[in-house]
Structure formats: structure tokens, C-alpha cells
Design a protein around this ligand. Structure first.
Ligand code: BGC
Length: 755
């Protein structure tokens, strides 16, 4: 009788949870695997053509993508599902997009969102969440801007670390896309040339932050960096990620076309090709025979994969929540909280002596809500991040619910004369304008990619294809076309990089007309990143950026417009007055050079005042900072002080610490960077103490010759302000004693779970 080895993995996992070394435990499992089983673990479990066919039948959001399952040894493999605005296998909670959550500057909230997502992820049968997207927003035209948190590496890193902490209480998280992936249409072809200093100081710190947080998995990017496709980029995947940062997890490729050469990808340090059996299934057996790749290289990948699965087994094999957690009341309340906290008040001028916002509900008998986007399901990108929420509260729904005794009139703006006539008779008007998934989002296709079809493998292994098809027939997954009432069509929306940073002409015309008809007009901008508003903003008394705000977006917006929640959002990027103030952006570029300058760093260097600076957002109340100081202590620079709410409403202040070495303004790096921040909610008349700790690593600079971090001794100028261009910010100078230190190098946290 054949020996039963199906307990092998489970026994090793128990040993690891009792303290055994996961790498050693993984090695012993690898020793028990056949050569074919080892190769099997290096890509997705599904045969290529059968997988594509399943996708074509609405499969993208139907079931997780499985990989590395070896039944004989009880190896569970992993089951991947996307994000970031929630779990994409529905019907699940749709949170506001990451950029909106970036605007909350609320790290605790992001961790709670991660926790909710982790639970829902497990409920749909997935064990790996692919929704920690941290590519910095280099240019607001990037189609997937909404999937990241903003333009600044420190801010992005803190929010992404919080999401990771929350998710990893229930599952593994995957941070993506390593690295320099910040153009959409050209993502399969573009080569990014980036110098050592810019790479490490601008484009990588947030990845490092999430690795230090203990993230289980890293996804490589589609583009190439300095001439190597990211899925085959040894400098990134091995030299930096593992040798320098001590990453202990495993690396997966981005989906189809994430690598071009099977052997090169293994040698470079990419562990698992996703999502199907494609380049490696075709190429690795021969590459092994020809010694283009060694068995040791293969085993190293399998070992890293298994060691991670072993470390996370206690979490992933824990009790699985039932489907009742999907879009449950608690998670919807969290989505509403996030939607309200993300609203950024950009402008709020007085009309007849009173600011337009917040609107006093007692004064409203009739309210006009105008615009194409006021009453439609508009949750963001229609690509891999698409979440199928069972219900969506639009702006009109939210205001109707909140203003139950008033008449909230919806006008889609199609008939401009009628819209104007009605708006002029209302006490207040709201115009909801901006973008949809037609304008921005993930993009598939393009002329430059046709040649990639040559990489597709020949016909599937018939046995595997049969097994897969039988499995799908037995467990068909979620039928998204019936799971959610009236959702968007199946398949990817056009998306892509934005063609313009301005609103559509009809939106601008609607704003002009409604504002002329009703002096108390508020404009809500729905977008994944910055919109240039210079041609009309000065004519409108009140403007909010309200994002793709998730399934509770309309309620969150109403909460802020009517003052139930204070305006507490702050911009996670700069809004320029003119597109020309941004770095060049060529949608179809096949080569591009990234340097240290984008966002507010660039505007400040060129002396271009922003329309709205990074970190900016108005409040319904006023704050005063008292007794702030900055000192150097053992764990870095510490900023302390007190904030007083001097107004008459509870409100949110986001204290932001900017600074840099006194000499930086003469060097080729921003003179000041964001070093830390604290979001505080304070009752009217009350005070709150603030302590912001800035690890010295945040002021370290990259030495390009030695390829290491150095904290330069000398004077650092520290501003404690309310946004990046806050001229009223008190400035402190602190002395950092001479020291040349390597940046902390410790392996990423081995024990997943709460900390
Ligand atoms: C995207 C990734 C995503 C993956 C799986 C790719 O096209 O770039 O962000 O996680 O698909 O859906």
C-alpha cells in the first residue's frame, strides 16, 4: 500500500508554530517532493487556455486564482484575490478607493479596513490579498492612480503598512507592483530608467516600509526598470528586496506577461509565475536540461514559497468566516466612515455672510443635485480592482436619506435650461462631476502589445484541462452577472491613463450654469487623483474632492456636506494650477526617465504655487498649535506640541512634519520631505497633545557609490505645518550628531498576526 504523505505540510506547520525554523522546515518538505512537484509550485495551477476561457466567461471576479497546491503532501498552496477597494469576488463591501483612503491620513482606519477586507477575503475562499498597491503617484494622469494612496512615499508607506497589518490577521497580503509602475497604457512595454538615489529615496521606501511590516508576498511589475523586466529583475528582486531588505516572503509575477523568459525569472528571484501555466510550464523543463537554470535555483523558489505558507498557516487555516460577513452592516459602516473622512474641502467661501458649507439642514426645503454622476453607480476602475458591491448609495440617495423632510431634486444636467431653472429655485445646489471607469483605470490592450501573444503556450495538457473544467463545473464560483443587481458589464472597462487633467467640457459648462443660477453652489469632484480646476474654481463658492467613495459614498458625502461629520480629509497629492507644472507624461512612451522630482517637490523647486498643496484641506473649525518643539532622541527626531480647537465644532486636524538637512536645498533632492504626521479629532474648545516620532532612517540619504544609507550629521530644519506649503508653519532646527549608519536591516517579521 502506498505511503500516505498527506500530513507532511501540516506536521511541518505545527513544528513551525512551535518555534521550528520555517526555512529548515520548508527545505525538508522540498526534499520530499518530486522534481515535477517542485516545478508545479512555480506557477499558477490552472492550465493557460482553459483559464483564459474561464476568464472570458466572467471568471475574473468569480473565484480566487489557485497556485502551488500539492495534494500528495498536503501543501495547500494559496488562493489569490485582488483589491484594493475591497474583495473583488462579490458581492462584497466596496470601500472608497485607496486614494480616497489616503486622503483620510487615518492609519487606524486603514488598519480596520484591512481587517474587514481580510475577513471577507477568507469568506470567499481566498488566502492571499493582492490589494496593497504602493506605487507612488508620479503624475495624476496615471490610469490606476486611484489604487495607490498618493504622491509621497512616507504617507503611502504608513497607510499601506496599516492595511497589511489588518489583512494579515486573517490572510496573507501582497504588495505591488515592484517597481516604478506608474503609467498604465504603456505598462507592458515601457522601460523606466531610474538612478540609484531616486529609486531608493522616491520609488522604493514605501515597499520597504511594507516589507518591514511583515508582508508575506511581493508582486513584480509589468514594466522594466533599467533594462530588465521587473519579473526578471535581479537587482530589484534579489539584491534589494532580499539581500538588502531581508524580505522573507515570496515573489509572484504580475498576471499574464509579467515575465518573458522562464529561466531568467527563476535566476532573478521571482518565485511564482501567475496566474496560469504559461512561460515556465513551457520553458523550465528544457531550461533545466540545458543548465540555463539549476535545480538549486528552482528549490530556492519553492523553499521560500513553502516557508511563507508555513509561517502563515496558523492565520490562513484559522476559522473561516461565513458569507454573512460580505458587505455586512459593520463593514458598510466602516465604508461610510471612510467615505466621510476622505472628503477634502478645497474651497468654502461665504455667501451673504455665511460659508456655504456645512449646509444647515434646517434651512433646506429644496436642494438641487445635478450632474451625470449624481445618481449613478460609479465606484472606480473597471479592471482588476473592480468590487461588486450589492448596493450603492449615490450622492442623491445619501442626501435624500439625510434631508428626509426636504425635497432633493435630481437633475442629470442633460437639459441645461431646465437644470438651471430648477437650481435657481433651490436653497442650495450640488453639482457632482468628474470621471468614470471610461476615463481612467486599468487598461488592457494597445497596439504595442500585440506581439506579446507570441508568448502564449501551445494547447493545454489535456488531463489538466479536463481536471480544471471538471472542478469548475463542480464548483462554478460566484456568478457575477446575477450576484449583484444592475452592475457594470462583465469584462474590463476601457480605463487607461487619462487624456486630460481637466473636467469634461459638459461638466465645466454645467458648473458655470448652476453657479450662475444659484449662488450657494457646491461642486463635488469624483476622480482618482488631481483635477486641474483653474478655469472655473474661482467662480464657485464651495468645492470638495469626493473621490470614488465606495458603496456608502453618498451617505459619507451627505455626512460632511451637512456637517454631521467635520471636513477632515487632506489631499494626498498636489493639485497644480497648470498641467505644465507636472513632469512630462507620455501615455505611449516605451522609455522614460524617472528622477527625484514630481508632485509638490517639483512645484516647490520650480517656484510654481499649487492650486491646492499636498496635505491641504479646509475644516469647519479652526485650530491653533501651541508649544511645539523638536528634539533629537534615541529613536529619532521627536516633535511634540498641543493643538487647540478654537472653533465651535468638533474637527479633525492633521499635523504634518516636513523637513530636511539644511544643505539639501543646494543638492539634487527636495529641500524638505514629509517626515511624519498625526491625525487628531478634537472637540470644540478642547486641546490634544501630539507626539510625532520621525525615525532617523526617514532622513537618511542614499549613497549611490556605496549603495547604502547615510544619515548626514548637522542641522535639520523641521516645519510643523498643516500642508506642504504652509508658510505659517513653525520651524525648528535640530542637530543630528555625526554618525554613519547602515539603514536598519532585519529580516521581515516572521510571525504574522496582530501586533
Ligand atoms: C494587475 C494587478 C492585479 C493582477 C491580477 C494585473 O493586470 O496589474 O494589479 O493584481 O492583474 O488581477
Amino acid at each position: 500500500m502506498a505511503h500516505d504523505d498527506s500530513g507532511t505540510f501540516e506536521r511541518a506547520a505545527r513544528a513551525v508554530s512551535a518555534g521550528a525554523d520555517p526555512i529548515e522546515a520548508a527545505r525538508s518538505i522540498v526534499g520530499a517532493m518530486t522534481p515535477d512537484e517542485r516545478l508545479w509550485c512555480l506557477d499558477g495551477d490552472v492550465p493557460f487556455w482553459a483559464g483564459l476561457e474561464d476568464l472570458g466567461a466572467g471568471g475574473y471576479h468569480k473565484r480566487p486564482f489557485p497556485a502551488a497546491r500539492v495534494e500528495r503532501l498536503g501543501i495547500p498552496g494559496f488562493a489569490f484575490s485582488d483589491g484594493p477597494r475591497g474583495v473583488v469576488i462579490g458581492p462584497a463591501t466596496c470601500f472608497p478607493v485607496s486614494m480616497a483612503r489616503g486622503a483620510t491620513w487615518d492609519v487606524d482606519l486603514e488598519e480596520r479596513i484591512g481587517d474587514a477586507i481580510g475577513r471577507e477575503l477568507r469568506a470567499v475562499g481566498a488566502t492571499l490579498y493582492g490589494g496593497v498597491c504602493v506605487n507612488v503617484l508620479r503624475h495624476p494622469a496615471w490610469g490606476r492612480a486611484q489604487e495607490t494612496y498618493g504622491e509621497d512615499p512616507v504617507h503611502v508607506g504608513e497607510l499601506a503598512a496599516a492595511l497589511t497589518r489588518g489583512v494579515q490577521r486573517h490572510a496573507m497580503a501582497c504588495v505591488k507592483h515592484l517597481a516604478c509602475n506608474s503609467m498604465e497604457n504603456a505598462r507592458f512595454v515601457v522601460d523606466v530608467t531610474v538612478d540609484e538615489v531616486s529609486l531608493h529615496e522616491v520609488f522604493l521606501p514605501q515597499f520597504r516600509r511594507v516589507v518591514d511590516e511583515g508582508v508575506a508576498v511581493v508582486m513584480s511589475a509589468y514594466n522594466s526598470v533599467n533594462g530588465h523586466w521587473c519579473g526578471e529583475n535581479r537587482p530589484l528582486l534579489t539584491d534589494v528586496l532580499r539581500d538588502e531588505w531581508g524580505f522573507q516572503g515570496f515573489v509572484i509575477s504580475d498576471w499574464i506577461f509579467g515575465l518573458r523568459h522562464a529561466a531568467a525569472s527563476v535566476g532573478a528571484g521571482l518565485d511564482v509565475e501567475m496566474p496560469y501555466r504559461m512561460m515556465r510550464a513551457q520553458g523550465l523543463p528544457t531550461a533545466l536540461q540545458r543548465h540555463e537554470v539549476s535545480q538549486d535555483d528552482v528549490d530556492r523558489c519553492v523553499t521560500r514559497l513553502l516557508a511563507t505558507l508555513l509561517r502563515f498557516h496558523g492565520v490562513v487555516a484559522g476559522p473561516r468566516p461565513g458569507p454573512e460577513v460580505l458587505a455586512c452592516g459593520e463593514h458598510r459602516a466602516l465604508a461610510r466612515e471612510a467615505a466621510a473622512k476622505s472628503v477634502v474641502l478645497l474651497r468654502n467661501e461665504p455667501v451673504a455672510g455665511t460659508a456655504v458649507l456645512p449646509i444647515d439642514p434646517a434651512t433646506v426645503r429644496r436642494m438641487a443635485v445635478a450632474g451625470r454622476l449624481a445618481a449613478v453607480r460609479n465606484l472606480g476602475d473597471g479592471g482588476s480592482s473592480d468590487v461588486w458591491a450589492p448596493t450603492v448609495v449615490t450622492a442623491v440617495d445619501g442626501l435624500r436619506a439625510a434631508l428626509h423632510s426636504a425635497d432633493v431634486v435630481h437633475l442629470d444636467g442633460g437639459d441645461l435650461a431646465a437644470t438651471v431653472a430648477t437650481a435657481s429655485e433651490c436653497d442650495v445646489a450640488l453639482v457632482v462631476v468628474g470621471y468614470t471607469r471610461e476615463d481612467e483605470g486599468e487598461y488592457i490592450g494597445g497596439d504595442g502589445t500585440a506581439h506579446l501573444a507570441e508568448l502564449f503556450p501551445g494547447p493545454d495538457d489535456p488531463d489538466l484541462a479536463r481536471q480544471f473544467t471538471a472542478g469548475v463545473a463542480a464548483a462554478p464560483g460566484v456568478d457575477m452577472s446575477t450576484a449583484v443587481p444592475g452592475p457594470e458589464p462583465l469584462g474590463f472597462a476601457p480605463g487607461g491613463d487619462r487624456r486630460s487633467l481637466r473636467l469634461h467640457a459638459e461638466d465645466e459648462a454645467l458648473i458655470e450654469a448652476v453657479t450662475a443660477a444659484n449662488p450657494r453652489t457646491v461642486v463635488a469632484i469624483v476622480a482618482g487623483s488631481a483635477v486641474v480646476v483653474s478655469s472655473w474654481a474661482h467662480r464657485v463658492p464651495a468645492i470638495v474632492q469626493s473621490w470614488y467613495a465606495g458603496m456608502e459614498g453618498g451617505n459619507g458625502l451627505a455626512d460632511v456636506l451637512l456637517g454631521a461629520v467635520g471636513a477632515g480629509g487632506r489631499l494626498p497629492f498636489t493639485v497644480p494650477t497648470d498641467e505644465a507644472h507636472l513632469p512630462p507624461f507620455e501615455r505611449d512612451a516605451d522609455a522614460v526617465t524617472y528622477g527625484p522630482w514630481h508632485g509638490w517637490w517639483l512645484l516647490e523647486r520650480e517656484g510654481n504655487a499649487p492650486a491646492y498643496p499636498f496635505g491641504f484641506g479646509l475644516s469647519y473649525t479652526t485650530f491653533e498649535s501651541e508649544g511645539f518643539s523638536a528634539t533629537v532622541e534615541a529613536d529619532g527626531i521627536v516633535v511634540r506640541g498641543t493643538v487647540r480647537n478654537t472653533g465651535s465644532r468638533r474637527g479633525t486636524d492633521v499635523v504634518q512634519v516636513y523637513g530636511g538637512h539644511r544643505h539639501w536645498d543646494a543638492s539634487d533632492r527636495p529641500a524638505r520631505r514629509l517626515l511624519g504626521f498625526a491625525r487628531i479629532e478634537i472637540d470644540a474648545g478642547a486641546r490634544a497633545d501630539v507626539v510625532i516620532r520621525v525615525p532617523l532612517a526617514r532622513v537618511a540619504v542614499r549613497d549611490p557609490e556605496l549603495r547604502r544609507w547615510v544619515v548626514e550629521p548637522g542641522t535639520y530644519l523641521i516645519d510643523v505645518g498643516r500642508h506642504a506649503a504652509d508658510r505659517a508653519a513653525p520651524r525648528f532646527s535640530v542637530e543630528v550628531a555625526p554618525r554613519t549608519q547602515r539603514r536598519r536591516r532585519e529580516p521581515n517579521r516572521t510571525a504574522p498576526g496582530p501586533r
